[in-house]
Design a protein around this ligand. Structure first.
Ligand code: GLN
Ligand code: ZN
Length: 777
């Protein structure tokens, strides 16, 4: 072993945002992809971003060698690790150059696809809103060092200061996240290639040692969050991967991180691998017991005491007390208590860069917030030992006590809500009442809500926000757009119309801006994937609705047409999933507040003559906890909040919901329990798998499996849609089937939207005629 002597600095986060405080990465990438800048300019801009990031981290106190994690990635950290070891699926063989390496364009080809090849699949990174690219591997994939980017970045960091700590997704997690590539033999498990992958990591470590890196970080979140392997299997695979790397002589010192949950009984196995430092998530996990620490020896512990994925400021006295308790347990176990490093629970890539850019948040709220830079200040302060220890059981984050955090009337209403508030009439009664009032044909056609957001609509919203377009001008611009969208839908021949959602920038932020209890940021961008960023709202207080939100737009749309217009709302679970949510009460309590606020909107829509209301829950699957033991509780409160929102209406009012993102099978029971009259579901990409999961006996209500994949600009032909409808009708029966696209049309253009919707209506008419034909004989 080479550089045994440098300890890991006393304060160091697991990772840092890479997008840049002004979204520099996004801007550079989008300019490069669009051909507005050449590769040299792109490289210059990303180099400048890394220089600025390193300078910023040094300024925050991470100036020592290896104190700052090297968090830069051109697109995704999983893709980086996959390419480092040559995990390139065969269909992308052409991106590997003659020297065996992959350049930036090859890298982007895997991430974004090419004219010939679809990109790697993208999926959620543990239970966060970050999405990674799923590596593909087969029994014969030629594993080799295909990218030394991590070495280049380390060398570059030496030009900027003392040098960062190279970070790689570890070999075990990489393979647990990978999938067998198309054509791999039945039953092939990516883990079969663990030894080969580890061999390439060893070469990479040797190169990093040669470049002079004292430490390298391997992220192994699978230890905390994997649901596939048993604890024994994980411990064994850990020894075969990380343990083997630690045995090698030609390498930097190793830090293994275990973010996204506690590792509990796996800690002894991690300590037994012989790595020099081990990180544990102490926000989700408990302090380890002295027994679990028995094998600590000289391993340096890295204590993830500061929550890295929330925006709440840490209650430092509590954290200091927990640190002191950890020290005494480490000492008792025979370890070196004074070498413990203070860290974050997970990478700070899940929070915005800095609070400093926010000028419009209330001062009392700001005093309780911490973004990435402020969280680094917290770990530096804790490591400095200047904080007087409070109680180990004290609050984890700074208590929020200002106006709006607790609103008695909201709390009383939640407390008073009983079983009757989540029940509607029997479905049969509802269905009959709805048939009478709505008079819809079989296989009714509709859309999911949004229509293409054309330039003028976005410009009008921006001008209104800036104050250059007054309220009256803005309202007129939106009404013009609504009228256009209604006329178009009537002309195409859809049965249930929508107003098109032109007034919404984002389906969650729009409601956050119009409900009490939320704050919105100006620059609080967080990477969702690649160059895509979102700006989550901050839910800090009791949620209620000061005034109707959507009623004006929906009734205006309804006034233009005799066809039913759907009211469109975002559901409580999705509002929570895509916001930073208060940590001072159970999520279920917060969800109930949001549910009741939406209930007011639903009943106001009904009172204003809207006969159908859709409450979207695209994030129902996404917020499902990693641990199966927590599923029931989650499903209980998520279902209840939806039902609180939607059960205040008459039998004749039809409630719709919409869900997207595949893998529904785990939440099928919950979808049924939502008790919506009609559920539209994304299914074009999963080729109708959802239909098999939904048993007509158990799910007797309306269902609209999406028949047009709106994520692609491709216009589906009428025959193709008709075929899907025939299959769907065979699976669920003609009485329950609705016809709709997969998701909202916001990101599509008008040309393909119009063409596709015409095909959808044409296909429906064809298939309807087939249903009716026998009766006419
Ligand atoms: N009603 C929303 C829309 O059409 C739904 C979006 C979604 O499911 N993500 O845009
Ligand atoms: Zn959707």
């Amino acid at each position: 072993m080479t550089a045994q002597t440098t300890p890991l600095p006393a304060a160091t986060p697991v990772g840092y945002p890479r997008i840049g405080p002004g979204r520099e990465l996004k801007k550079a990438e989008e300019a490069y992809w669009a051909g507005r800048i050449d590769h040299a300019e792109f490289a210059r801009r990303t180099r400048e971003l890394r220089r600025a990031t390193r300078a910023r981290l040094a300024e925050l106190g991470l100036s020592a060698a290896a104190a700052a994690p090297e968090s830069f990635s051109l697109y995704d950290q999983v893709l980086d690790a996959a390419l480092a070891v040559g995990l390139v699926p065969d269909r992308f063989a052409s991106v590997i150059g003659a020297d065996g390496t992959v350049d930036d364009d090859g890298y982007f080809a895997l991430a974004r696809g090419t004219a010939e090849q679809p990109p790697l699949e993208m999926t959620k990174w543990f239970d966060t809103n970050y999405h990674y690219l799923v590596p593909e591997i087969g029994p014969d994939t030629d594993l080799h060092l295909a990218s030394a980017r991590v070495v280049d970045l380390f060398r570059e960091s030496l030009e900027d200061g003392a040098g960062t700590r190279p970070v790689l997704v570890g070999p075990l997690t990489l393979l647990l996240l990978a999938k067998a590539q198309d054509g791999a033999p039945e039953g092939f498990d990516p883990l079969e290639r663990l030894d080969d992958v580890v061999g390439v990591y060893a070469q990479l470590l040797a190169q990093l040692a040669a470049a002079g890196a004292p430490w390298v970080q391997l992220d192994e979140p699978a230890l905390a969050a994997d649901q596939r392997l048993s604890a024994t299997e994980l411990a064994d695979a850990l020894q075969r991967s990380v343990g083997r790397l630690a045995e090698g002589a030609d390498r930097p010192q190793l830090l293994v991180t275990t973010p996204y949950g506690g590792i509990g009984d796996l800690l002894p196995a991690l300590l037994a691998t012989g790595v020099e430092a081990a990180h544990i998530d102490l926000t989700r996990g408990d302090l380890p017991t002295t027994d679990q620490l028995a094998g600590i020896g000289s391993t340096q512990l890295v204590a993830g005491l500061v929550e890295g994925r929330s925006v709440w400021r840490t209650e430092l006295p509590t954290a200091a007390a927990r640190l002191a308790e950890l020290r005494s347990r480490v000492a008792e176990a025979g370890g070196a208590a004074d070498t413990i490093s203070v860290s974050t629970s997970v990478s700070l890539q899940h929070v915005p860069h800095t609070l400093e850019l926010e000028t419009s948040l209330a001062a009392e709220l700001v005093a309780t917030l911490a973004f990435a830079d402020e969280k680094i200040a917290e770990i530096v302060t804790l490591a400095g030992g200047q904080v007087e220890a409070g109680s180990v059981d004290g609050p984890r984050s700074v208590p929020r006590t200002f106006d709006g955090v607790r609103v008695d009337s909201v709390r009383e209403r939640v407390a008073a809500a009983g079983p009757a508030d989540t029940e509607r009439d029997e479905y049969a009664v509802r269905a009959e009442a709805q048939r009478r009032t709505l008079g819809l044909p079989d296989l009714p056609t509709t859309t999911i809500g949004s229509f293409p957001q054309v330039g003028e609509v976005r410009a009008a919203r921006a001008a209104h926000r800036r104050g250059t377009l007054d309220d009256a001008g803005y309202e007129q611009a939106m009404k013009d757009e609504i009228a256009r969208v209604i006329t178009l839908q009537e002309e195409i021949g859809l049965d249930v119309l929508v107003h098109g959602e032109p007034e919404r920038n984002d389906m969650v932020q729009y409601f956050a801006e119009n409900l009490e209890g939320f704050a919105t940021t100006e620059h609080g961008w967080v990477q969702s994937y690649g160059s895509r960023c979102t700006r989550p709202s901050i839910l800090f207080g009791d949620v209620h609705r000061p005034a109707p939100i959507t009623v004006g737009w929906s009734t205006y749309a309804q006034s233009l047409t005799p066809h039913p217009v759907k009211g469109m709302l975002t559901g409580p679970v999705t509002i929570l999933a895509w916001s930073f949510v208060r940590d001072d009460q159970p999520l279920g309590d917060t969800a109930a507040q949001v549910g009741l606020a939406l209930r007011d909107e639903v009943t106001d829509l009904e009172a204003a003559g809207i006969r159908i209301v859709q409450v979207d829950e695209p994030a129902l699957r996404e917020l499902l906890p990693l641990r199966t033991a927590e599923h029931d509780d989650y499903l209980d409160w998520s279902v209840r909040s939806f039902r609180l929102a939607t059960s205040g209406v008459e039998a004749a009012t039809q409630i719709h919901t919409h869900l997207c993102y595949s893998e529904f099978n785990v939440v099928v029971g919950a979808i049924d329990a939502l008790n919506a009259d009609v559920t539209s579901i994304e299914s074009a990409r999963s080729r109708g798998e959802i239909l098999e999961a939904i048993d007509p006996g158990a799910f007797p209500r309306g269902i609209g499996p999406g028949v047009w994949d709106i994520h692609s600009p491709r216009v589906p032909g009428a025959e193709e849609i008709a075929d899907q409808l025939r299959r769907a009708r065979a699976a669920v029966g003609p009485e329950r089937l609705w016809v709709n696209p997969d998701c909202g049309l916001k990101t599509r253009g008008y040309a393909e939207t119009e063409a596709s919707l015409r095909h959808l209506v044409q296909a429906t008419r064809e298939v309807r005629a087939e249903v009716e034909a026998p009766a006419a004989l």
